[in-house]
Design a protein around this ligand. Structure first.
Ligand SMILES: NC(=O)c1ccc[n+]([C@@H]2O[C@H](COP(=O)([O-])OP(=O)(O)OC[C@H]3O[C@@H](n4cnc5c(N)ncnc54)[C@H](OP(=O)(O)O)[C@@H]3O)[C@@H](O)[C@H]2O)c1
Length: 244
């Protein structure tokens, strides 16, 4: 369903991004990955083909140069996935350092905004599809995670507004809201989450964390022509965790 489409995956070196890179490649897309860890990005290209741009998306100058290099090579994007993000340790809002709040917003919100600007510009003239990876933390609160939760609510706001801005150009913008997924981020969250892994999984009706491939499958579905009339939407992929 993604044959000959050029799809950018921002945050491709690990977790849901690496799974998305693999799946899009298996479905025939020309995939371009972005991430800071060059060794992991190059390994992904050796495994799946495609291309890796090594950089930090919070660096707006690097980002502008990366997109300029794609434009110079006549690369037109058909799809983009924004999933570079960070979580935070569980810290009550009264004790949360402002610097940590700023760090979370710089990556999770500001860089997503910058990527959307560049990606939608790189789709003009032919339409396209963007999937932002938000979180179930974008639709409810979690004690101790105020910066992360607020950032994911903001990503959903960006998604809805970008969908309206892109509609006339044939650009669809949606968000996937993962629940607990076995990635590096999951390992980090479990270190300070009250109740740890057992407590987290106990709240999931399907009684397990998801595999990154299960998130990638829904991201690929929203990128595909099967989702041609879906825009400004959020798709929750959480094993039922937020249904009750
Ligand atoms: N895992 C979960 O349980 C869970 C639950 C809900 C939502 N989510 C959301 O799902 C998304 C993916 O999470 P994940 O679990 O797959 O995360 P992950 O395994 O921690 O991967 C994060 C990715 O983002 C990249 N990245 C981070 N900072 C970057 C930067 N400044 N510039 C470029 N790339 C950067 C990392 O690559 P480098 O380190 O190589 O730069 C890595 O590829 C995130 O938006 C997260 O909030 C995850």
């Amino acid at each position: 369903m993604l044959e000959a489409r050029t799809i950018l995956v921002v945050g491709a070196t690990a977790g849901i991004g690496a799974a998305t890179y693999r799946l899009c490649s298996q479905r025939g897309a020309n995939v371009i990955g972005i991430g800071r860890r060059k060794d992991l990005g190059e390994a992904l290209v050796r495994e799946c083909g495609g291309r890796f741009l090594n950089g930090d998306v919070t660096d707006e100058h690097w980002l502008a140069e990366a997109f300029a290099s794609l434009a110079a090579g006549n690369v037109r994007l058909d799809g983009a996935v924004n999933k570079a993000a960070m979580t935070q340790d569980a810290i009550p809002i009264t004790e949360l350092p402002v610097a940590l709040f700023d760090q979370v917003f710089t990556l999770n919100v500001r860089a997503t905004f910058l990527c959307l600007q560049h990606e939608m510009a790189a789709m003009r003239g032919g339409g396209g599809a963007v999937v932002n990876v938000a979180s179930i933390a974008g639709k409810r609160g979690y004690a101790g995670l105020s910066a992360y939760v607020a950032s994911k609510h903001a990503v959903i706001g960006l998604t809805r507004s970008a969908a309206l801005d892109g509609a006339r150009s044939g650009i669809r913008v949606n968000a996937v809201l993962p629940g607990t997924t076995r990635t590096e981020m999951f390992e980090q969250q479990m270190q300070t989450r009250p109740g740890g892994e057992a407590g987290t999984v106990a709240g999931i009706p399907l009684d397990r964390a998801s595999d990154p491939a299960e998130q990638a499958a829904m991201i690929a579905a929203l990128l595909s022509p099967q989702a041609s009339f879906v825009t400004g939407e959020t798709l929750t992929v959480d094993g039922g965790a937020t249904s009750s």
